[in-house]
Design a protein. Structure first.
Length: 139
C-alpha cells in the first residue's frame, strides 16, 4: 500500500543496499543489513555501512529504524544526522555484530531516540491478553 508515493512497507531486499543520505543531501553510506530482535519480534536496528570499497575499510553503525525515513523521489533513505556526528559515533567491527541491549540503548540515545523496549511501545501479544481480545470482539 502506498500513500502519496510514500511506501508504508518495504521488503528487506529493498532496504538492504539502499543509499542513505542526510537532510543536507550528503551521501552517508548504504544499508548493509537489518538486525531483528527475535525476543520482541521487531527490527532492532539497521546497519549503516560508511566508506570503504566493496565492504573493505568500511565502518558499520547501528541506526534505529525510527531514525530513517524514505525519500522515494531521491531513491534513498534519509538519516537526519550530520556527517560530523556520525564520525564521533561508535562503530562496530564487521566480525562482531552481536550486541547487548545496553549497547543498543546507548546508540538510540546518541541519536536522540528511546529504545522501543523502554518506551512502552511493545504491547502485550494476543496470547498474553486473551480476555481483552475476547472483550474487544464482543463489543
Amino acid at each position: 500500500m502506498v500513500i502519496a508515493n510514500i511506501p508504508l512497507f518495504l521488503t528487506a531486499r529493498t532496504i538492504k543496499g539502499g543509499k542513505v543520505i542526510n537532510m543536507a543531501g550528503e551521501h552517508l553510506g548504504k544499508i548493509e543489513d537489518i538486525m531483528i530482535d527475535l525476543e520482541n519480534g521487531r527490527v532492532a536496528y539497521s546497519v549503516l555501512s560508511v566508506g570503504g570499497f566493496r565492504c573493505f575499510g568500511n565502518k558499520l553503525f547501528a541506526v534505529p529504524c525510527e531514525a530513517l525515513s524514505v525519500r522515494p523521489h531521491k531513491q534513498a533513505l534519509v538519516f537526519d544526522v550530520a556527517k560530523k556526528i556520525l564520525k564521533e559515533t561508535e562503530d562496530f567491527d564487521k566480525d562482531d555484530w552481536l550486541r547487548t541491549r545496553e549497547w543498543l540503548v546507548n546508540i538510540y540515545t546518541c541519536y536522540g531516540y528511546k529504545s522501543y523496549w523502554q518506551t512502552g511501545v511493545l504491547e502485550q501479544t494476543v496470547k498474553e491478553r486473551p480476555g481483552e481480545i475476547e472483550a474487544e470482539r464482543i463489543s
